[in-house]
Design a binder for this molecule. Structure first.
Ligand code: F6P
Length: 341
């Protein structure tokens, strides 16, 4: 029976374990062997794998993180492509891969497919910025975490007459900021896709305060351009730039321009940790099962996608190359409220 290597690469994301469970349960039921790769591509580059069976994935559907671990090490960025994983692939007798990853990991999966290894991808990111699919699992959970935070921050902002700036993840996509901002009733939402004018935001806050509402909740996506450009907080262990700090820049500017006290909360990895919502568990389970089906059919270089409520598949590279910015309609709906805040 064929052997499938299962990799979870890149930033972790709630729902990943549910997807792992779906893949393993379906392949195991078909009598195929599954080899779990530890710590993302790193495990394939360093020969760290372990067998996975239906029994080893029991009880994990609601668990955050990934039971396999992850990392941002990449065979095409930090190694020499297929050659850097070939020894592990051959030693473990791996015939094909299922790669659960964000756009970076999926691009590398597509390159491996070009080099002759069969690969099926499953999109995984809280950012919701992968093309070809209506939504990615993890997004719904992240939005819920941010919404809960906004609810709490609103009451303390109100008690102290403050501007509260909440910074969300999402890299250059504003999905998390926009959805959570709308759900939490934020006064202002700033996303990378829509140009903004800090003076105009300050003016709106001043007008709001003049009208008797003495606090304002501002949601800022980490990837917005600021007067300091994109705000980063250094380079991670794998050489990738870390976004973070835009909220603080905006808060300082708003404090200076309005004279009101402003505070910042950067939610960071809280948005990625912990248990997935029921929606994400279902989506991830369905994506896992579908990826296993595609693998059983011998398909390669395809990524699982959801369109409406139906599971389908798309070319991995086409999906990764299709930009998936926040839809302007979503922002326009939020903006209708800001104008009347
Ligand atoms: O892409 C997912 C994501 O959570 C981004 O929203 C964020 O900028 C990045 O990963 C953070 O990555 P790391 O965990 O490596 O700091």
């Amino acid at each position: 029976m064929p052997t499938v290597g299962l990799v979870t690469a890149g930033g972790d994301c709630p729902g990943t374990n549910a997807a792992i469970r779906g893949v393993v349960a379906r392949l195991d039921a078909a009598g195929w062997k599954v080899i779990g790769v530890e710590k993302g591509w790193k495990g394939l580059m360093e020969g760290k794998t372990r067998p996975l069976t239906r029994d080893s994935v029991r009880g994990i559907i609601g668990r955050g993180g990934t039971i396999l671990g992850s990392s941002r090490l990449d065979p095409y960025v930090h190694g020499n492509g297929y050659e850097s994983i070939r020894p592990t692939v051959e030693a473990a007798g791996i015939d094909s891969l299922v790669v659960i990853g964000g756009d970076g990991s999926l691009r590398s999966a597509a390159k491996l497919a070009e080099e002759g290894l069969k690969v099926v991808g499953i999109p995984k990111t809280i950012d919701n910025d992968i093309g070809g699919t209506d939504v990615t699992f993890g997004f719904h959970t992240a939005v819920q975490v941010v919404t809960d935070a906004i609810d709490r921050l609103t009451t303390t902002a109100e008690a102290h007459d403050r501007i509260m700036v909440v910074e969300t993840m999402g890299r250059t996509a504003g999905w998390i900021a926009a959805y959570a901002g709308i759900a939490g009733g934020a006064e202002i939402i700033v996303v990378p896709e829509i140009p903004y004018d800090i003076e105009e935001i300050a003016e709106r806050i001043r007008a709001r305060h003049d009208a008797g509402r003495t606090y304002s909740l501002v949601v800022v996506a980490e990837g917005i351009p600021t007067e300091r450009g994109f705000v980063t907080s250094g380079i991670d262990a794998f050489g990738f730039e870390r976004l973070g700090g835009a909220g603080e820049v905006v808060a300082k500017e708003l404090e200076r321009l309005t004279g009101y006290e402003a505070r910042t909360v950067t939610l960071g990895h809280l948005q990625r940790g912990g248990s997935p919502t029921a929606f994400d568990r279902v989506l991830a389970t369905r994506m896992g099962l579908h990826a296993a089906e595609l693998t059983l059919q011998g398909k390669s270089s395809v990524m699982v996608a959801v369109r409406g409520t139906r599971m389908t598949d798309v070319d991995i590279l086409e999906a990764c190359n299709e930009p998936r910015p926040l839809e302007p309609e979503v922002f326009a709906e939020a903006a209708w409220f800001f104008a009347r805040a």
